[in-house]
Write a protein that binds this ligand. Structure first.
Ligand SMILES: [Fe+2]
Length: 133
């Protein structure tokens, strides 16, 4: 499986779409790691993916929020609320727990990511108005 950034996820706002594509890339890296049967100990890679995910989402949410503010988008506060919850969830993952059952830990992250990307991008980000700069 590859989690594809298909057209149904496009917002039409280039900066946001590019950054969402990158989030899909990170999700796919986590999935590749899950299905890699040759690697016995995946701890370092899991830690890397999780770290990158946290850094990149913060960076991306910052951009998205800046854009919503610049166009005075009325629904930006519910957006920001979801963003905060997403970051909190990522911060709550405990690498020690994940290390006890790496595959289960990876699966949990991947499922969370897939459900969230799907719900948030399709349900909220696609409604952000496209305004020419
Ligand atoms: Fe968003």
């Amino acid at each position: 499986m590859k989690y594809e950034f298909t057209e149904e996820y496009h917002t039409g706002i280039p900066m946001i779409d590019e950054e969402h594509a990158k989030l899909f890339e990170i999700a796919n890296r986590a999935y590749e790691l899950l299905t890699n049967q040759f690697k016995m100990d995946k701890y370092d890679e899991i830690a890397d993916v999780l770290e990158e995910l946290k850094d990149y989402t913060k960076y991306h949410f910052g951009h998205e929020e800046e854009y919503m503010k610049s166009i005075n988008y009325g629904k930006r506060f519910s957006q920001m609320h979801q963003h905060t919850q997403f970051i909190e969830k990522l911060e709550s993952y405990d690498l020690k727990n994940i290390d006890e059952n790496q595959q289960a830990g990876l699966l949990e992250i991947i499922d969370f990511l897939a459900v969230w990307l799907q719900g948030h991008i399709k349900g909220m980000d696609k409604r952000i108005p496209k305004v020419e700069a």
